[in-house]
Design a protein around this ligand. Structure first.
Ligand SMILES: O=C(O)[C@H](CS(=O)(=O)O)OP(=O)(O)O
Length: 276
């Protein structure tokens, strides 16, 4: 950091297991990757090459080398895994991971109907050679999965070898964990957290309001994903309570000069409002 400031929430350090930021690269050019890394590398834990963009982008090998040189692990989006599975090409997918020296793989079933035992089998097999991130939730807004199923699927996928499970939201943040308006399905999230440890979950939260919601609920070191490359510094400031949205969230208000405490509507400046 560029200077010192008191009373900031403690951030875990890289390589971290908690407080993860997963960035979605949906087709950055090599120059854009370099520019992104110049500002974003310190705050980025892992990069996903969104859906099957890795099939189309030129210079894939070079792109992976640039991320590797910055010590940022990369994985192909779950949709690419699904594109291989639906074509009965699992062995080709494994070869692809080998060919590009991938250390992570995403296993998801957001776009296809995949028997859950079979999905766990894929997780089990892939986790012999790579770190598997498995995604729970559908990309179909019409498909509402009840909380008990999110929980049982997450439990089974972690037991099968996934290092973390990802909560689906897509690039837009309007399915899965969220309603079509982007509002968090808070009951779903809270129910999931009664059974699955928060550090095992990466919450896809592409919208700022969604990031703020999770940070307020779970703290600065919540795992968040589908962050756009140009939002990475913004997110870090929100985690640290250095943007208006979380400005007082991490402060001990009793240690703050009363004149800066929130003012009750009818009170005089400096009259503190009850906290809670
Ligand atoms: O599930 C996701 O977040 C993404 C991106 S989107 O659904 O196409 O917007 O899919 P993935 O294949 O995991 O990158």
């Amino acid at each position: 950091m560029n200077y010192s400031l008191n009373q900031l929430p403690e951030r875990t350090a890289k390589p971290r297991e908690q407080g993860y930021t997963m960035v979605m690269d949906k087709g950055l050019s090599l120059r854009e990757v370099e520019d992104f890394l110049e500002v974003g590398a310190a705050c980025t834990d892992v990069v996903k090459l969104g859906w099957a963009t890795s099939y189309v982008v030129p210079n894939l090998k070079r792109k992976l080398e640039i991320y590797r040189a910055a010590d940022i692990p990369v994985y192909f989006g779950g949709t690419l895994f699904e594109a291989f599975i639906i074509r009965n090409q699992f062995d080709d997918y494994r070869r692809l991971l080998d060919q590009y020296g991938m250390e992570y793989a995403e296993v998801s079933d957001g776009s296809l109907d995949l028997d859950h035992d079979r999905k766990c089998e894929y997780i089990r097999e892939l986790s012999q050679s790579v770190r598997v991130l498995s995604e729970v939730g559908s990309k179909d807004a019409e498909k509402i999965i009840p909380p008990y199923k999110w929980i049982s699927q997450m439990e089974a996928e972690l037991a099968a070898g996934a290092v973390k499970v990802i909560g689906e939201a897509r690039e837009g943040g309007n399915v899965g964990l969220f309603r079509s308006t982007g509002e968090v399905r808070s009951g779903l999230v809270e129910e999931i957290l009664t059974k699955i440890p928060g550090e095992k979950i990466i919450w896809e939260a592409p919208q700022k309001a969604q990031q703020v919601w999770f940070i307020k609920l779970l703290g600065a070191n919540v795992n968040l994903g589908n962050i756009a490359p140009n939002e990475i510094v913004s997110l870090e400031t929100i985690r640290l309570g250095l943007r208006g949205d979380t400005f007082t969230h991490f402060l001990d208000m009793d240690a703050v000069d009363p004149m800066f405490r929130p003012v009750a509507k009818t009170g005089k400046p400096g009259t503190s409002m009850p906290r809670g």
